[in-house]
Design a protein around this ligand. Structure first.
Ligand SMILES: [Ca+2]
Ligand SMILES: [Ca+2]
Length: 355
């Protein structure tokens, strides 16, 4: 069950978040953490045994990520820590090929250069669609994790999330920030349609939830899913959101590949940034989620999809979703500073049992 400062308060939709500013924004993202920290491209002296040989130096281009072939199989999907994870159920999945790393800023920049794509966070809301909204509420921007002692309220996630006008993948902390030294960090502030647009440009697609979880489990049906905070993933050490000791070497996002891979050779499936899946969200997980809008009772009227893996904001006292079976809903139109994605090969069959 949920613990610590986590809350069940209903998150509003994107418009409400913007309209409500700081006060309304947090709830959507509070359940799964965020970032404002800028991890150095070169791991600091405190970097521990999590250090990976793939960290930065061996793969720094804007070219497509190396792929990992994932065999098909049958496994017990889900978990039991939070209600939306269960009950665990046997699922089958076909073989597919998935990115070894989260999509990076360098890769996303290449996509934007080639296509001229403008992300959702970079577009102001249409006043016609939101009559009566203030100009402030219609601004382009995104959700940024910002902790401030002066406004901290442990019962109010809005005290550590801020809707920042001008925040986007190119300005991850808002105006004045940029991608200097961050090109090999995962791209963030991407909405679902941005992730899908990138995947389509790359001739690929987003993974289904079942595919993602199977890959995160190392394609091992006997893998033991621990509820302990993993030592080999970028998560939050200390007491969220006030104290981040960064014992794993990274206060914020890490360049992809800096933490040890799983049994398949995949990096950062758990932690670093949450990852979009192709599947609409429902509280009771479906074997065939279809292509509907998704629904989460705590976000009424909001089209939601499943995100997986947790982020560098997941801590032992908050959002223990650093497990393959964990999941969360996310407003498809709302990116944040802790949500990214990876892709799978288009020719990968989705399989007869989960499409
Ligand atoms: Ca960390
Ligand atoms: Ca991840």
């Amino acid at each position: 069950m949920k613990t610590g400062i986590e809350t069940d308060a209903a998150p509003p939709n994107f418009y409400a978040l913007k309209k409500g500013g700081v006060g309304a924004l947090a709830m959507l993202i509070v359940l799964h953490g965020g970032t404002v920290g800028c991890a150095p491209e070169t791991p600091g002296a405190s970097q521990t045994a999590t250090q990976s040989a793939d960290c930065v130096a061996t793969w720094t281009s804007d070219q497509p990520s190396p792929e990992v072939s994932v065999p098909g199989g049958e496994f017990r999907m889900g978990d039991t820590l939070y209600p939306e994870e269960g009950p665990p159920r046997i699922e089958r999945v076909g073989a597919f090929s998935i990115d070894r790393y989260e999509v990076t800023n360098a890769q996303f920049a290449r996509f934007v250069t080639a296509t001229g794509h403008v992300t959702v966070a970079e577009r102001p809301l249409d006043p016609a669609a939101f009559p009566g909204a203030s100009p402030e509420a219609l601004q382009a921007g995104s959700a940024v994790f910002r902790f401030g002692e002066d406004r901290f309220d442990p019962s109010d996630a809005a005290s550590w999330w801020v809707f920042v006008p001008g925040a986007s993948w190119k300005h991850p902390d808002g105006p004045g920030s940029d991608l200097s030294g961050r090109m090999h960090q995962p791209v963030v502030h991407v909405a679902l349609e941005d992730a899908k647009a990138y995947a389509a440009w790359a001739g690929r697609r987003l993974p289904s939830e079942i595919e993602w979880e199977w890959a995160a489990r190392g394609a091992d049906p006997d893998a033991v899913a621990s509820s302990e905070q993993p030592s080999e993933a970028n998560t939050w050490q200390g007491v969220f959101p006030a104290l981040n000791t960064a014992d794993d070497g990274y206060e914020g996002r890490a360049p992809v590949g800096c933490f040890s891979p799983n049994a398949l050779g995949l990096h950062d499936m758990i932690g670093n940034v949450w990852e979009w899946t192709a599947d609409p969200y429902s509280v009771v997980r479906l074997s065939r989620p279809g292509s509907g809008a998704g629904r989460d009772p705590i976000q009424p009227g909001v089209a939601v999809s499943v995100i997986k893996g947790g982020s560098y904001l997941c801590a032992r006292n908050y959002c223990m979703r650093y497990r393959p079976g964990a999941r969360h809903s996310q407003d498809r139109t709302l990116g944040a500073s802790h949500i990214g994605f990876r892709t799978v090969a288009l020719e990968s069959p989705r399989g007869p049992d989960h499409n």
